[in-house]
Write a protein that binds this ligand. Structure first.
Ligand SMILES: Cc1cc2nc3c(=O)[nH]c(=O)nc-3n(C[C@H](O)[C@H](O)[C@H](O)COP(=O)(O)OP(=O)(O)OC[C@H]3O[C@@H](n4cnc5c(N)ncnc54)[C@H](O)[C@@H]3O)c2cc1C
Length: 388
């Protein structure tokens, strides 16, 4: 049984149920993701056969009530699942994040009963894949300026516009799209694959998240039935609440990527000999390993605390921003240091480090960039927004 670093015994703060859930996902990642993921990343393809399996292990909608196909678990469980998935690959965790926080959560929180019953159970099993459309070609950090819009045509809405950099868009059955109504108010509308005028081309040539499909969502006079509009939300608050949930999951997820890099580097440093000794015996390599473990430990404690607050419904978006920003940067630095410890071997696909490192270059940008999260903290401290 694999035991990841837990220097401050954070495990003692978890319940037995948390550990059982984590161990089931950990086993699945070791069995189904780790052996194949490098091959998929190398060929820039998504292991779509894993989607149904992710549904089976409860990775989709863990905190959504069982009545709608979710697992009815707490926020800590959601975080622990994300860590294990991202130990496999950020692409796998991204699919679970999008499906859970960006598609199932808004339908559950802002949708009506018919919408919940129609979409959530199929999304929970992985029978349907979801995508989340907020970013546009000319509006990334500033989604409030979005141009995608819909008009009320009586029995349907007519949707026009486009979204870019959308995780899973080429394989999505449903897209949770944020668009403006005729009064310029942002609303959530569910667009389904096959609707006339809706296309979702793939973006090729990525050097990051290569084991994930990313694409566009293009709406050319798409007639969307009235019943696909989420009735219980208006304004930018809707998409931002979804992002809050996803960012929380990322703060946990990236710890998995960092741990995978650290474990690999430690093992390598103990085995690799130069100048007649293991490189782990040199002070500079020990410094790297010690600092990595220190930063991973701090990130674990931060994630655990934000999990407690979120379970109590007390975590602020500002706290979640800080946790996402800190932990992603931590993971990226750990990946870079680990790569150096492996020397030339660090760039090889025989080890997971370079793959994690390149993935984390997306994770540090999506769901709010590193800079924007810093400015969100600055805004909370000073009461002054420096970004709008
Ligand atoms: C692999 C991948 C998957 C993604 N998946 C999704 C998805 O599923 N759904 C979705 O909607 N989006 C998705 N995104 C998009 C992502 O959320 C955006 O890329 C992100 O919000 C940043 O937007 P942008 O790329 O347009 O950068 P910009 O907003 O143009 O920012 C460029 C740079 O300027 C900085 N900047 C911007 N404004 C300010 C300011 N006011 N002050 C200081 N600095 C500023 C930013 O920090 C950044 O460094 C994904 C992106 C990637 C790479």
């Amino acid at each position: 049984m694999y035991n990841p670093p837990d220097y401050f015994l954070v495990d003692e703060l978890l319940s037995d149920e948390h550990k059982i859930i984590r161990s089931a996902v950990r086993d699945w990642v070791d069995r189904s993701v780790k052996p194949i993921i490098d091959e998929y990343a190398q060929k820039h393809a998504y292991p779509t056969h894993l989607i149904k399996e992710m549904g089976e292990i409860g990775a989709f909608g863990p905190f959504i009530p069982e009545k709608y196909g979710g697992a009815g678990l707490d926020q800590m469980s959601y975080g622990l699942i994300m860590t294990e998935l991202e130990r496999g690959d950020s692409a796998i965790r991204s699919t679970a994040s999008v499906q859970t926080s960006l598609v199932m959560y808004p339908i559950y929180a802002f949708g009506n009963e018919e919408q919940r019953i129609k979409y959530l159970p199929k999304l929970a099993t992985g029978e349907w894949v979801g995508a989340y459309g907020l970013t546009e070609p000319n509006h990334g950090s500033d989604p409030g300026s979005m141009l995608t819009h819909f008009e009320d045509k009586g029995d349907h809405y007519l949707l026009n516009g486009s979204k870019i950099w959308i995780t899973n868009s080429p394989i999505a059955d449903v897209a949770m799209v944020w668009a403006k109504d005729e009064e310029g108010i942002v609303k959530g509308i569910v667009v389904e694959k096959g609707m006339e005028g809706f296309t979702a081309p793939e973006i090729h040539n990525k050097w990051s998240l290569r084991a994930s499909y990313t694409g566009e969502l293009i709406f050319d006079n798409v007639k969307v039935p009235r019943e696909n509009l989420l009735p219980n939300i208006k304004g930018l608050k809707g998409p931002l609440m979804c992002l809050n949930s996803a960012r929380y999951g990322i703060a946990w997820g990236v710890i998995g990527a960092a741990i995978d890099c650290y474990d690999t580097a430690l093992q390598y440093a103990l085995e690799r000999k130069q100048f007649g000794k293991p490189i782990a015996s040199f002070q500079l390599q020990q410094k790297k390993l010690a600092e990595m473990l220190t930063e991973i430990t701090k990130a674990q404690l931060l994630a655990w605390r934000v999990g407690v607050l979120r379970n109590e419904n007390r975590a602020t978006p500002y706290q979640i921003s800080m946790a996402k920003r800190n932990n992603v940067e931590m993971a990226l630095k750990v990946a870079r240091e680990s790569r150096q410890i492996l020397g030339a071997m660090g760039i090889s696909g025989d080890f997971p480090i370079m793959r994690h490192m390149m993935n984390l270059e997306s994770v540090i940008t999506y769901e709010g960039t590193h800079d924007i999260h810093l400015l969100i903290t600055g805004q909370d401290i000073t009461g002054i927004s420096a970004f709008e």
